[in-house]
Structures are given as structure tokens and as C-alpha cells.
Design a protein around this ligand. Structure first.
Ligand code: HEC
Length: 187
């Protein structure tokens, strides 16, 4: 498993340059990215996320996967990831992939260490696992931007393609980059 992860990381590094350019371009385009009608639950489904299993015991900064580029507030941001109880066993490695429908992966990005310490204005990006067949183009994940859940991405919408095209590098782990084992092996 260890060597598989290293191989994947190597492949990811090779893609990095291309992605940095792409992410820069897409950051500019993201203001006008098309969204799609909501399929997953309302924002109340993640209102208590601070009580969920925390995938990252310490905040992640830098670029541990090698493909981050300028997204998720970039490599200087401090990121923390949480998973709800539906997906916790898969994330912790006691149940196999894929994640069950109803899983929610949520990422907080703080602009710097001070913002993290004060818990000031985290940007939220969220992945919701839908039922099989609800959005085959995104591996049945709904990609959500923002705490209020108003911007959703499934199917062939611009937002879905933006998120999916990068999370595709983690396809072997159901589009999830940082699980508990990845975190432990890369600290
Ligand atoms: C250029 C690549 C890229 C794009 C585009 C991207 N992400 Fe990510 N995402 C990552 C990486 C890399 C991580 C791993 C954690 C880290 O380094 O911060 C991640 C982590 C996440 C996580 C935590 C679960 C995990 O896979 O580790 C969520 C949730 C997430 N992203 C949501 C989104 C959403 C929603 C979008 C679109 C609005 C998006 N991402 C677009 C690269 C990307």
C-alpha cells in the first residue's frame, strides 16, 4: 500500500505543472462557472460538522499530494478535513471503497495560521456521495462550494467538471485525496 501511494504521488507530481496552469486559468473562469440543480441534502446536513470525525488531526498546509495548484486557497492555506459518520469507516480504512451514499466530506480552508487560530472565515468545499447513477460523470459525487450550499456541481455542469477533473487523480480512492492513511503516511 505504501509503495502504491508513493507511485500515485509520483504520477501526481508529473501532472503538477500542467495543473498549476490549468488551475490558474480556471480560478479566473470560476466566477462564471455553471452550477446544477441541487440533488444532495440541504446545508443543515453539515451544520454540526465540527463534531464529525476529523481526518486531519493537524491542519494541512503546503501541497502534500502535489496537485493542489492554486485551488482550495493555495499552498499557503491551512486546510482541515472532516467526514460524517456515514463515510467514517471507509476514510479510516476499516471498510473498502467506494464511499456509501450519504457520505459527506467537508474541507475548511483558512487563509493563514492566524485565521486558523481564530477560526476566521473558512472557505468550505464539500463532496456529497449520491445514490448510484445520480451523477455518473462525477462518480456520483455532488461538488458543493460555500457553507450555504447554494452552488452545486453534478453531471456536465462547469462546476462539476472543474472539481472532478482534478479529483480524478484520486479515482482509486473514490475521488478522495486525503484519507486517514494518506495523512498518517505524509506527516
Ligand atoms: C487543482 C486540483 C483541485 C481542484 C480543481 C479541486 N480540488 Fe478539492 N482537493 C484537491 C486536493 C489536492 C485535495 C487534498 C487536500 C489538500 O491538499 O488540501 C482536495 C481536497 C478536497 C476535499 C477533502 C476530501 C479530499 O479529497 O481530500 C474536498 C471536500 C474537496 N477537495 C472539494 C472540492 C470541490 C467542491 C471542488 C470544486 C469546487 C474541488 N475540490 C476542486 C485538489 C483539487
Amino acid at each position: 500500500m505504501q509503495s502504491f501511494l508513493k507511485y500515485r504521488q509520483f504520477k501526481m507530481k508529473a501532472m503538477k505543472l500542467k495543473l498549476v496552469t490549468m488551475a490558474g486559468l480556471l480560478a479566473v473562469l470560476s466566477a462564471c462557472m455553471s452550477t446544477s440543480p441541487q440533488i444532495g441534502p440541504d446545508a443543515s446536513a453539515w451544520s454540526d460538522y465540527l463534531s464529525w470525525y476529523k481526518v486531519t488531526p493537524e491542519a494541512v498546509t503546503g501541497d502534500p499530494t502535489g496537485v493542489l495548484g492554486a485551488v482550495h486557497d493555495g499552498r499557503n492555506a491551512f486546510r482541515q478535513i472532516y467526514v460524517n459518520s456515514v463515510g467514517a469507516a471507509v476514510n479510516r480504512g476499516t471498510q473498502g471503497y467506494p464511499y456509501p451514499a450519504g457520505t459527506i466530506l467537508l474541507k475548511e480552508s483558512f487563509s493563514d495560521a492566524q485565521a486558523l487560530a481564530a477560526r476566521r472565515n473558512p472557505d468550505l468545499t464539500i463532496m456529497i456521495k449520491l445514490a448510484t447513477g445520480q451523477s455518473p460523470a462525477t462518480g456520483d459525487w455532488e461538488y458543493v462550494m460555500g457553507a450555504d450550499g447554494s452552488r452545486r456541481g453534478t453531471g456536465d455542469s462547469g462546476q462539476a467538471a472543474f472539481c472532478r477533473n482534478c479529483h480524478l487523480y484520486a479515482a482509486a480512492t473514490d475521488y478522495n485525496f486525503i484519507n486517514s492513511r494518506f495523512f498518517a503516511n505524509n506527516r
